[in-house]
Design a protein. Structure first.
Length: 366
């Protein structure tokens, strides 16, 4: 699992040292504070390793010459800057952006087993940098000694089930101004449904989502997604957008992409969802975390945050290793506060506005 991220001069961050929970990580901040940038940065590093390691001609372990180019390509594909150097924080003169990502084991058992898992995880540690004038290559100072073994998944704010038909083939054959996370996620959406021991775990996670959608997601042989309900089959563009977001999550669970020791990055899960569906999303996030997926979400929704805290504090629920990260804009860039509860991350303007509106509304009755 990802244990720590250190960055220097990355976009809006002059410097930051983030410590992550092994199961759930919630990044909170107002618009423009860099929430999505953090998700995309960590995702890009993981996806570059995972995807390159699965290539038919991949070497047994990473090499600098391959990973330096592959990582730069992924950062540009995900962020879509004019050049890689645009991701380095701009100051007078030439600056370098430094990124360090550290991993630790996530298993239980004897001390020797935990030590072995930690040792294996540390083989993934990486340290790289690039300058403001960098074009197509990063400089790797610490090279991981193995490829990532578990797929990362990125869910953008927009649902992708409606654009899925032919999107993968068109994206591969043409230059499109869509960030590469859309392509990566569409590939996972088209995965085959597993059979065997995983089916029961998948169904347990799927059942509440399908209950909320009043149906199940089907990928037809013509390459289109449908929602099957008791009243018939509905084309995805005719389904409410909030239900399509739930459907995207359900499909990724059904294919096994969100199972076992994987990673989920989700940008604003609450977008376009009503409170009832946000409650269901919160339940699924906690259930996936408990099932072994390390989750990173970015949000400024007070409703979602409160729902997560209610679930995490519920009696009888196994204690999750959860962390909150608060992003605070300052005149010199964004600073980071972090801890195990919302109280540790300071006042977030977007959350304060929600609280103040509640106070104003209650005052109307006095």
């Amino acid at each position: 699992m990802i244990d720590q991220l250190k960055i220097q001069n990355f976009t809006v961050f002059p410097h930051a040292d983030l410590r992550f929970g092994k199961q759930l990580n919630v990044i909170v901040g107002e618009n423009g504070a860099g929430k999505t940038h953090l998700l995309k940065l960590v995702y890009s590093v993981l996806a570059a390793s995972w995807q390159e390691g699965r290539m038919p001609n991949a070497s047994a372990s990473p090499t600098k010459i391959v990973l330096q180019s592959r990582l730069a390509d992924k950062l540009v594909g995900v962020f879509r800057p004019e050049s890689l150097g645009r991701l380095a924080r701009r100051k007078q003169g030439r600056e370098r952006c430094d990124v360090q990502l550290f991993f630790s084991g996530s298993g239980s058992g004897t001390q020797s087993r935990r030590q072995r898992l930690d040792s294996d995880a540390q083989n993934l540690n990486i340290d790289f940098s690039f300058a403001t004038n960098s074009k197509s290559e990063v400089s790797i100072k610490r090279l991981p000694s193995q490829w990532l073994g578990a797929a990362p998944t990125y869910l953008p704010t927009r649902e992708l089930l409606t654009i899925y038909p032919n999107f993968v083939s068109v994206y591969q054959g043409h230059y499109l101004e869509f960030e590469e996370t859309w392509f990566d996620t569409c590939v996972l959406l088209g995965g085959l449904l597993p059979r065997g021991p995983k089916e029961k775990s998948i169904q347990n996670l799927l059942a509440p989502l399908e209950d909320a959608m009043k149906g199940n997601i089907e990928l037809d042989k013509n390459g289109r997604f449908y929602l099957n309900t008791a009243s018939g089959r509905m084309e995805m563009p005719l389904v409410a957008e909030g239900l399509r977001k739930l459907g995207m999550l359900a499909r990724l669970i059904a294919t096994g992409a969100l199972l076992d020791q994987g990673y989920l990055f989700w940008d604003e899960p609450e977008a376009n969802l009503n409170p009832r569906l946000i409650k269901q999303i919160a339940h699924t996030i906690v259930d996936l975390s408990a099932g072994g997926i390390q989750i990173f979400i970015a949000t400024h929704s007070l409703f979602l945050l409160r729902e997560l805290e209610i679930l995490l504090a519920a009696p009888g629920r196994c204690e999750l290793d959860a962390r909150y990260v608060g992003l605070q804009p300052t005149p010199d860039g964004v600073s980071v506060l972090q801890g195990s509860s919302l109280d540790d991350i300071g006042d977030i303007a977007a959350l304060e506005e929600s609280l103040q509106q509640s106070d104003r509304y209650l005052a109307l009755g006095n």
